[in-house]
Design a binder for this molecule. Structure first.
Ligand code: IVH
Length: 709
């Protein structure tokens, strides 16, 4: 190891401080520059050598930019060994080095519209265009894998190499030949090209990546933190057969060099970047597809818009991307812009907000759920993830902690992608200093001290004490929620507040609230108290399927509550039910049967239902509870259907009714059970998902109406 653990911890800590510190002036600037160099060199080692970074690209870029800015203001402090003075490097001694035909540069970065507008202004300056002129940009994803340079001569792939230090790369022709998306032959001669160098990115599809990780886990190998590591790692495997098995793919995004038989330049034959990419697509290369991944934008605003759209849908995409690349489209203008030693002046990366970051696990708290499940929650040193500050994440259960060997005081890698709840990917255990503590899962309920139990086959430890206060509170919170009794305006905070006032001791108390007293509470008034009363009165008339669900019976979800409600005249009928009554209903299993039976055999639960009834809560089957007739001989019987996009002829509700009348089951999302997807205008992610499944019949609204008429 190049660094000792203590050193690494100190460097990581210092990096985070540096990110927050304002740029120093005078003598202090030298100290800051020295610290920045030290930390950046360390992060480059973690990234390029170990393939295991401990800060996000975003944080690294900011350290780097900070160093650049300080060096610019204090030129006398510029050190020759500063990371800004060399192009970064992925060379190792494992593969032979080869020289690129032209240097493989990096990209400058931008993070927002202002950065892009500055870039646009710079470009206009370079090409002598007035500020109000419009420049056309071609925008495409910034694939997050390992870069590759491919040389073709006389139509044959003769060499492939990694980026290396930009001038020299590692030769990996045999591995490239094992990647199916890289043609071994391509008819460049058709375009008069004798020799050409292409640039691209080797990446791994997300689903392939997940499979690779599952295999590694099963084999007891370390989990790869992201698809990028999986790709760059697999590129360097010494056995091309193994490379093939890892399912690598290569997107080609740039023509670097091209000459004809006479040695004359052919790059300028293409008027635009877009045209060059299109040719590569025609020759059989995998390119960013026009109208989807690649777009020619008429000005920088449109380019920014396309970047923003992609940031929003990045998580639905099957490849890891860390931003977009905005390129001046016209080749003549690109040539006018030229290059710095680090990047082309005609292109810039628009970086997305980081999804992963490292932080410290400070403490673990335990939350009791409505059925007594104990969930460990990690308290973290606050960290920015995809634009949101994260200070706690769920650790799910004891097994999760054990499998990932998560300890108190650990540095952990957290991820938050799109609408997914943030989670811990792994611990950075090679920088532990020994002070980390194994997490002792509690044996007793943190609220009522009852011994916890864990049922076989279940992941959670549970408190089974029916009078556990923490549990009762959660039951009440669930009871009023949207999914259960749906008491409008009655949220978690009200339940907690009334509970603390001593007004809520059990679910029944919800229907005994004193609205005059509530009106006098701070933040309330007669109006809001009256609104609450109205909402509670309304909820009393709910169908019993809602009441059943609201009781927090283990395993009794929305669906089975509805099924049971369809079979009974009133709630307490269930006190007489035997296992058979339950299991005779399709989709009701013995597990839920047992839980419901146990619940209705307990005196205090029966008393609760009677109490609710006496308080005016409906306990009798309503029209809305009655069983829906299943049509078995309709044209769509046995089919599951889903509607997406905006329909033109009928409303979504009407379409669903028509489908049900024809015997179909209406789904709420795309899954492998889905048979038919009806697409209206502006269909989005559901359509893509269904297409990706390949098993869903996709039809128009018109076709659907024809079927059901
Ligand atoms: S253009 C001379 N386009 O990003 C132009 N690069 O930090 C150089 N990358 O190492 C790059 N997707 O490997 C370009 N659509 C794309 C890209 C892309 C990913 C990588 C490239 C480079 C890094 C720049």
């Amino acid at each position: 190891m190049k660094y000792k653990k203590e050193e690494q911890r100190a460097l990581l800590k210092r990096s985070k401080e540096l990110l927050e510190e304002p740029n120093a002036t005078g003598n202090k600037a030298k100290d800051q520059i020295d610290d920045l160099i030290k930390t950046i060199v360390y992060h480059e080692w973690r990234y390029y050598v170990l393939n295991e970074p401990v800060v996000s690209d975003y944080e690294y870029d900011h350290l780097y930019k900070k160093l650049e800015a300080l060096e610019q203001v204090n030129p006398l402090m510029l050190r020759p060994d500063s990371p800004t003075q060399r192009v970064s490097n992925d060379l190792t001694e494992d593969f032979p080095s080869v020289a690129h035909l032209i240097p493989m540069l990096s990209l400058d970065n931008s993070y927002n519209i202002e950065d892009l507008q500055d870039f646009d202004k710079r470009v206009k300056g370079l090409v002598d265009l007035p500020e109000d002129a419009e420049i056309e940009y071609c925008v495409e994803p910034k694939f997050d894998g390992g870069s590759i340079a491919l040389v073709y001569e006389n139509n044959a792939l003769i060499r492939a190499a990694t980026r290396g230090n930009g001038t020299m790369g590692e030769e990996m022709t045999n591995n490239a030949r094992a990647m199916r998306s890289i043609p071994i032959q391509a008819d460049f001669k058709k375009y008069g090209i004798q020799k050409v160098e292409l640039r691209g990115e080797v990446i791994i599809r997300m689903d392939t990546f997940e499979k690779v990780n599952k295999k590694r886990e099963a084999a007891g190998q370390s989990i790869l933190a992201n698809a990028r590591n999986a790709a760059t790692g697999a590129m360097r495997v010494k056995d091309p057969k193994e490379v093939e098995r890892r399912g690598l793919e290569a997107f080609v995004y740039q023509l670097g060099f091209a000459i004809d038989d006479e040695g004359d330049d052919k790059l300028s034959d293409f008027k635009t970047h877009d045209e060059g990419i299109k040719m590569l697509g025609d020759l059989g290369f995998k390119i960013p597809k026009s109208g989807y991944e690649r777009k020619v934008c008429k000005n920088i605003q449109e380019a920014h818009q396309f970047c923003v759209e992609w940031e929003a849908r990045r998580d639905q995409y099957n490849y890891e991307i860390d931003g977009m690349v905005v390129k001046v489209n016209e080749v003549a203008l690109q040539n006018k812009c030229g290059y710095t030693s680090h990047h082309p002046r005609w292109a810039i990366a628009y970086k997305f907000k980081a999804k992963q970051a490292t932080t410290k696990l400070l403490n673990v708290e335990y939350q009791i759920g409505k059925i007594g499940s104990v969930t460990p929650v990690a308290k973290l040193e606050p960290v920015q993830l995809a634009g949101v500050t994260i200070s706690s994440v769920s650790l799910h259960n004891e097994d999760f902690i054990k499998t990932k060997d998560i300890r108190l005081g650990d540095t952990v890698l957290v991820e938050r992608s799109g609408d997914v709840i943030p989670y811990i990917v792994k611990t950075i255990d090679d920088i532990r200093d020994g002070s980390e503590k194994v997490i002792d899962f509690p044996k007793n309920c943190p609220s009522c001290s009852t011994q916890l139990v864990r049922t076989e086959g279940e992941a959670a430890w549970r408190c089974t004490n029916p009078t556990c206060e923490a549990q009762i509170l959660q039951k009440m919170i669930f009871h009023v929620s949207k999914d259960a009794m749906d008491i409008d305006g009655f949220g978690k905070s009200y339940v907690e507040r009334f509970y603390e006032m001593g007004w809520l001791k059990s679910i029944a108390d919800i229907y005994r609230l004193d609205y005059d007293k509530i009106a006098q509470l701070e933040g309330f008034g007669t109006k809001s108290a009256a609104n609450l009363k109205k909402a509670i009165e309304k909820a009393k008339q709910n169908p019993i399927r809602r009441l059943l669900h609201s009781l927090s019976i283990h395993h009794l979800g929305k669906k089975v509550s509805r099924l049971l409600a369809g079979e009974i005249k009133e709630v307490l009928d269930l006190t007489k039910w035997e296992e058979e009554n339950f299991t005779n209903i399709k989709d009701v299993g013995p597990k839920v049967a047992e839980n419901v039976m146990t619940f209705f055999r307990e005196e205090q639960n029966v008393a609760l239902i009677k109490e609710l009834e006496s308080l005016g809560v409906n306990v009798k089957q309503t029209k809305a509870d009655e069983k829906e007739e299943v049509i078995t001989d309709g044209v769509l019987s046995g089919k599951t259907i889903l509607f997406t996009g905006s329909l033109q002829e009928v409303t979504r509700k009407e379409a669903q009714e028509l489908a049900k009348k024809a015997g179909a089951k209406v789904a709420s999302g795309v899954s492998s059970n889905l048979n038919i997807l009806v697409v209206g205008e502006k269909a989005g992610s559901k359509l893509k998902k269904a297409q990706a499944l390949g098993t869903v019949e996709i039809i128009t609204e018109e076709a659907f109406l024809k079927i059901v008429s």
